[in-house]
Design a binder for this molecule. Sequence first.
Ligand SMILES: Cc1cc2nc3c(=O)[nH]c(=O)nc-3n(C[C@H](O)[C@H](O)[C@H](O)COP(=O)(O)O)c2cc1C
Length: 255
Amino acid sequence: MEKELKYLDFFKKRSTLRRYSSTKEVSDETLEALLEAASHAPTTGNMQLYSVVATRDKEMKERLSPLHFNQPTVKGCSVMLTFCADLRRFEKWCEERNATPGFRNYHSFITALIDTALFAQQFVTLAELNGIGSCYLGTVTYNAEKIAEVLELPERVVPVICLTVGYPEDGIGFPPASDRIPVEGVLHKERYKDYTREDIDRLFEYKENLEDSKGFVKENGKETLAQVFTDIRYPGKMNEEVSETFARLVKRKGF
Ligand SMILES: Cc1cc2nc3c(=O)[nH]c(=O)nc-3n(C[C@H](O)[C@H](O)[C@H](O)COP(=O)(O)O)c2cc1C
């Protein structure tokens, strides 16, 4: 059966690209064509509750860079895309057509967030199919308030997803694909089957035994790879602070 399915290998081999060509730019024409096609992604009620701000200007990248903890991919990309959950355009339309929108709530924010994520990922897929790489920047939600200021986002518009985009560096290309948990580890048939200790051992065994993983554990003076995630990469205190500042912004934007 798998033989009849298309594109599986392409997806299994894809990878995030963080370093880009300094000579070949993603043109406006290419960017717009990809975004136009990506906008055909499914969207709640066909409302398209998102917008995207493209940043090419060097000075703007310099202002955004520290807000993404100076990840080098920001200054090195051809174009940076900040995808926003956006109720503004749709609400304006409603108000101008004698319709009273009821979107100033958490549920509508989540709806817009889902629409935005589907649009962004569709863009990523189309870009990759055309040899253009990208890197998501989770830091967008860490410093969303300041990013919103720099990009002059009005009320009802919240930055939720960020991508750096560009062609691969000449002669280097895309990095190798990274590991994933076997599909039996994420698929539950009919009902959720909880994980036993043996399941956890089996599902994480491959990841834990990668040379890179062992290196991260050693470099960080930790006992396990999981501790690298809980203590170094995504510590609870940081997650709580980000939760607070992000929730404040979402509220301030009228959700
Ligand atoms: C929401 C989200 C946030 C991410 N944030 C970052 C980031 O801030 N910096 C980075 O280098 N990669 C980031 N990534 C990329 C992931 O590290 C990458 O997708 C993951 O390690 C799997 O690798 P792959 O995309 O090459 O398969 C992010 C990915 C997602 C989906």
